[in-house]
Design a protein around this ligand. Structure first.
Ligand code: PGA
Length: 222
């Protein structure tokens, strides 16, 4: 695929002030003059910051997309504390579903992940489905998948580009050519070794994206 997707997962970091500072640095993305048909950038902040990011990007004419890091498996209704796909749709086009941090810390099951994907699709959003290996269950209509081995997440020990490419290739065949991203300890220094591979269409960046300057380098080098 010709287009490279760079997804930044800001995880459960940043309050409003920290987000403002991050955005001020990230604004320099405009100087990169990205061709959106070649590189697409998707930023996934916490729910509480989606509105700020959305406003900042629109008022500064910054052409990047927004994603949510999670979604309720339920539609709108009496589900105290949940944020549903209809609400997310006001700000974001993408939703991460199935991150290993959610599977592990919040016991998310395959059944729950399938419900989340169904809700995301019901409201016309795009799920980015995360798997930890080639044998993971993948709901049928998913078109963007991120392969993130647990041992590579937040550890500074990325998978080898060769292995990531092989796994991405297997998943691509199983999913009728979904877009495949690699995630896990991606930085500006190693991003190209992944995006240069045939079966890898982009990257999902966690920790490194908290430094806006580093994220800009990743985007540039991808
Ligand atoms: P990492 O995280 O880049 O910090 O390894 C990746 C992720 O959690 O999606």
């Amino acid at each position: 695929m010709d287009k490279v997707l760079i997804v930044a997962n800001l995880k459960s970091y940043q309050n409003e002030i920290e987000a403002k500072n991050w955005l001020e640095s990230f604004k320099k993305i405009k100087e990169l003059n990205l061709d959106s048909s070649k590189k697409e950038v998707i930023i996934c902040p916490s729910f509480t910051l989606l509105f700020s990011f959305f406003s900042y990007f629109s008022s500064n004419n910054i052409n990047v997309q927004l994603g949510a890091q999670d979604v309720s498996p339920f539609d709108e209704g009496a589900y105290t504390g949940e944020v549903n796909a209809k609400q997310i749709k006001d700000f974001a086009k993408y939703v991460l579903v199935g991150h290993s941090e959610r599977r592990i810390n919040f016991s998310e099951t395959e059944d729950m992940l399938a419900k989340k994907v169904a809700m995301v699709l019901k409201y016309g959003l795009n799920p980015i489905f995360l798997v930890q290996g080639q044998d993971n269950f993948i709901p049928e209509q998913v078109k963007i998948i991120a392969y993130e081995p647990v041992s590579a997440i937040g550890t500074g020990n990325p998978d080898t580009p060769e292995n990531a490419d092989a796994v991405a290739g297997i998943i691509k065949v199983k999913t009728n050519n979904a877009q495949l991203l690699y995630g896990g300890s991606v930085k500006s220094g190693n991003v190209k070794s992944f995006t240069a591979k045939t079966n890898i269409d982009g990257v999902l960046v966690g920790g490194a994206s908290l430094d806006a300057e580093e994220l800009l380098k990743i985007i540039q080098n991808a």
